[in-house]
Design a protein. Structure first.
Ligand SMILES: [Zn+2]
Length: 459
């Protein structure tokens, strides 16, 4: 439906609402029509929360059913001179949430309309956005530390409570709400000049990672599959290894759960677990898998060596599916799929929002994507817009993230709306102007099963 002005918009909405209610009254007297517009489910996911306390056995994350322990210390996020990532991203996500509430079925769209009007003056479709937050406030650290389990709701992966009953971590919580889009917001401490800006955080498609496995197995001729790929700019954990070596390390982790030593051998003392079995969803291995996995037998999906690893199980069927390919390959950015587009597009809307408020700076640009086997985009079925909003060590980003949260939040909210409905951004003297195209979600429909976002098992 096309709309031109606020007045006309209100009149049309009123007319359609009346028409829908009348139609409902005439044809289905016992029911009222609730969905005048398409409904999109969106999860806002501010990173981290919780506290990095010393005792990993009690306070860690990444609970492994094989070793029955947490495999990593809790990650509470970056901080710089007392400014904390978890607090900033929570504040920005909350503001975006408040704006998007007015796009919901029970919201007051007349409050969202003036925000949208600053970005576009061309007709657009009306949609409902049903918005959730993936976690609560974690800014009152003293309160959180006094809790019986300070990190409970903030954990990424499922975890046992004090009686040993498994509880859903944040990934399971998100998947259970079946969002089409998850917007993960983070900020880094420092960053290389090469990446300066606001960065999408993406995972490559399965085929690329599988080529890495064949390479580790000695089945690959040459390395051009890596060096000629758009995914070759691999995330370096440190300068002690090349990007290609870090890629092989992460390929090994992704398939076998073991990292590689600098020598290239499997690091058998540093097991990192089977992440897809740390989430409550239909792609876990069958009940009892952990007994089989305990000895890491050769010629199984739990082998500790790349050469003896066998691809088997529902998770790997999902990884090879066309739906994951849509999320992670090709698409409107040329590579990186809908995840890359969604991340880059929301960043462009944030930059646009800063620009129309006369906030310009050389650091404010769409930076290069960080590419690795990141958890959030790998273990949610939703399209994941994963964004590093900036670097706390840079004065410009400290200013924006502490003092311009409203402008950033408006960019996030309008970006989300545009990904769902599509809007045409007004002409403005801004370098990275949004494309304004909605994501084609129809391609995620599954035969007789609703959509991929409903967490339907892959046939
Ligand atoms: Zn972070």
């Amino acid at each position: 439906m096309a709309l031109q002005s606020a007045k006309m918009f209100k009149r049309i909405i009123y007319g359609i609402t009346v028409a829908c209610i009348c139609a409902a009254a005439v044809f289905t007297p016992s029911k009222t029509v609730r969905h005048e517009f398409p409904v999109f489910r969106v999860m806002l996911d501010p990173g981290h929360g919780g506290v990095a306390l010393p005792d990993r056995c009690r306070n860690g994350d990444r609970y492994c059913a094989v070793t029955r322990t947490y495999l990593q210390d809790f990650r509470e996020g970056a901080s710089f001179r007392g400014i904390e990532e978890h607090a900033l991203v929570y504040e920005i996500a909350s503001k975006a949430y408040d704006i998007l509430l007015d796009c919901g079925e029970n919201g007051d769209f007349s409050k969202f309309y003036p925000v949208l009007e600053r970005f576009t003056d061309v007709s657009y479709d009306r949609v409902y956005i049903q918005c959730h937050m993936s976690r609560s406030d974690s800014r009152h650290r003293n309160e959180i530390i006094r809790r019986k389990d300070p990190n409970d709701e903030f954990r990424i992966y499922d975890y046992p409570d004090d009686r040993g009953v498994m509880r859903p971590g944040r990934l399971s919580y998100i998947n259970a709400r079946r969002p089409q889009i998850v917007v993960s917001l983070h900020a880094a401490g420092k960053g290389a000049a090469y990446f300066m800006g606001m960065n999408p955080v993406i995972v490559p498609p399965f085929d690329f990672l599988h080529s890495g496995l064949l390479d580790l197995q000695g089945e690959k001729q040459g390395r051009s599959y890596f060096f000629s790929s758009p995914y070759r700019d691999w995330f370096d954990e440190s300068s002690r290894r090349t990007g290609y070596q870090w890629f092989l390390n992460d390929v090994m982790l992704y398939f076998t759960g073991y990292p590689l030593k600098a020598s290239g051998d499997a690091d058998l003392d540093n097991f990192r677990g089977y992440r897809y079995n740390m989430v409550t969803w239909p792609y876990r291995d069958h009940i009892g898998w952990e007994r089989w996995a305990r000895t890491h037998p050769d010629n199984s999906p739990y082998a500790a060596s790349a050469k003896k690893f066998v691809l088997a199980g529902k998770y790997w069927v999902r990884e090879k599916s066309v739906y994951e390919k849509y999320k992670r390959d090709g698409g409107l950015e040329g590579f990186g799929g809908d995840n890359y587009y969604a991340s880059a597009e929301i960043i462009r809307y944030i930059l646009y929002s800063l620009g129309i408020n006369n906030l310009y700076h050389a650091d404010q640009r769409l930076g290069k994507p960080y590419i690795s086997v990141w958890t959030m985009p790998l273990f949610v079925n939703a399209i994941n817009a994963f964004i590093e909003l900036g670097y706390l060590a840079r004065p410009r980003f400290r200013y924006l993230l502490t003092s311009r949260q409203d402008e950033i939040a408006q960019g996030v909210a309008v970006g989300v709306y545009s990904l769902c409905a599509g809007i045409v951004p007004k002409q403005a003297p801004i370098r990275d102007r949004p494309k304004g195209k909605k994501i084609d979600l129809i391609k995620y429909s599954m035969p007789n099963k609703g959509s991929y976002f409903d967490l339907a098992p892959i046939p």
